[in-house]
Design a binder for this molecule. Structure first.
Ligand SMILES: CC(=O)SCCNC(=O)CCNC(=O)[C@H](O)C(C)(C)COP(=O)(O)OP(=O)(O)OC[C@H]1O[C@@H](n2cnc3c(N)ncnc32)[C@H](O)[C@@H]1OP(=O)(O)O
Ligand SMILES: O=C([O-])CC(=O)C(=O)O
Length: 374
């Protein structure tokens, strides 16, 4: 893969620091976490192994993985005061706002008092975030106070278990697991950069992650998986998909789930989640969403040379598993948390406050007129 020619606004193409966590769009494998190709990881390991790799530096061995899963399992419970806050958030709130508040409230109740606690704080969030979103969702939508302390071995299964009130099928459990792997880390994307800017002021981990959640929420970033679902849900068939997109392109509208700031020809995560979406479509016996998604992919490449990013086929995959659209981006949070936290740690380990300059384009210096002359 050749490097994309980058210029202009949005700090595009400018290095804003060093990282040992991942490479994005470099020649060859496309996306690596600490040197491992994401495809290799998605085929061979679980999300907890990836989280351990990203946070602690190496893949765990058998004992380390068992201990890590045990630790995370023990961190799924929510303090009473946090549950009370979640119960007060209305059902029509955006779940990303719930995540932001949930993270922030946890930071009030269990603050990071010292940077020496940063690993435990990251693990606590990893244990608690799926509980936070599902506790709020089930209370506000179904009127039930769920017990968030399940015995599921994995974070993805824990999420589906809480959401649906029953253990997921092995296929669903694996797809959520792969999805969490794919979303875990992505160099200096907007939300991660937000976290690093916050970390550079020597702020606490909860503040860094709360800010990152806010950045991920937007439709140009993590919110694109929800926007992609809204786009495809009403497409009747492939012809309708093509006609809809041609109309949008004609009107110069952006098509969510397509394009990327760094990748030039493809997003390596797309082929992986697309494969799982196809499998799911066969499993649930409803191929419409998958087929219209493929039609969109083909048309966008033909017309604009734009390719699906990680978000596009996540829409159909999540939908096939019975996940409500508004919970799509919170799942991204539960995964990217690992990358964010590791970047915060990396920033802290070699810190200088991030404070760029601006080119002034305002009015020339002038005197303050008295109020009656304004
Ligand atoms: C997990 C993630 O966060 S992945 C990103 C998720 N976001 C989306 O899917 C939102 C839709 N995509 C986009 O808005 C953009 O492609 C971004 C934000 C991802 C990247 O933005 P940029 O780096 O500025 O895009 P880039 O420089 O490649 O754009 C080149 C041209 O393609 C156009 N373009 C890019 N993406 C799209 C799109 N999805 N639909 C229509 N046109 C597009 C741009 O408008 C631009 O056109 P112009 O030169 O006439 O202004
Ligand atoms: O890198 C980006 O700009 C966006 C992205 O794909 C991600 O954060 O996963």
């Amino acid at each position: 893969m050749t490097d994309k020619k980058l210029s202009g606004a949005g700090l595009r193409g400018q290095s804003a620091g060093e990282t040992a966590l991942s490479t994005v769009g470099k020649s060859g494998s496309g996306l690596t976490y600490r040197g491992y190709d994401v495809k290799d990881l998605a085929e061979n390991v679980s999300f907890e192994e990836v989280a351990y790799l990203i946070l602690y530096g190496e893949l765990p061995n058998v004992e380390q993985l068992a201990a890590y899963r045990q630790k995370l399992k023990g961190l799924r419970g929510l303090p009473q005061a946090l549950k009370e806050v979640l119960e007060r958030i209305p059902a029509n709130a955006h779940p990303m706002d719930v995540m932001r508040t949930g993270c922030s409230m946890l930071g009030n109740l269990e603050p990071e008092k010292d940077f020496s606690e940063q690993y435990d704080v990251a693990d606590r969030m990893l244990g608690a975030f799926t509980s936070i979103i599902c506790y709020w969702y089930r209370f506000s939508h179904d009127g039930v106070r769920i017990d968030t302390e399940t015995d599921d071995e994995q974070i993805g299964s824990h999420f589906l278990h809480l959401l649906h009130g029953k253990k997921p099928s092995p296929l669903f459990a694996r797809v959520v697991d792969v999805s969490l792997i794919l979303y875990a880390e992505h160099e200096f994307n907007a939300s991660t950069f937000t976290a690093r800017v916050c970390a550079s002021t020597l702020s606490d981990m909860f503040s860094c992650i709360t800010g990152a959640i806010g950045s991920l929420r937007g439709p140009l970033h993590g919110g694109a998986n929800e926007a992609a679902m809204e786009l495809i849900q009403n497409m009747r068939d492939e012809d309708d998909a093509r006609a809809t997109l041609l109309g949008k392109l004609e009107r110069k509208e952006k098509i969510m789930g397509f394009g990327h700031a760094i990748y030039r020809e493809s997003d390596p995560r797309n082929a992986i989640i697309k494969g799982w979406s196809e499998k799911l479509s066969k499993e649930v016996g409803d191929e419409r969403l998958y087929k219209v998604s493929v039609a969109c992919e083909e048309l966008m490449w033909k017309e604009k040379k734009l390719f699906c990013n990680a978000d596009f086929f996540h829409a159909s995959a999540y939908h096939y598993m019975g996940i409500p659209t508004k919970l799509f981006t919170p799942i991204f949070v539960c995964s990217r948390l690992t990358g964010w936290a590791a970047h915060v740690m990396e920033q802290r380990a070699n810190n200088r406050i991030i404070r760029p300059s601006a080119d002034y384009v305002g009015v020339a210096p002038r005197e303050v007129p008295p109020i009656e002359q304004r």
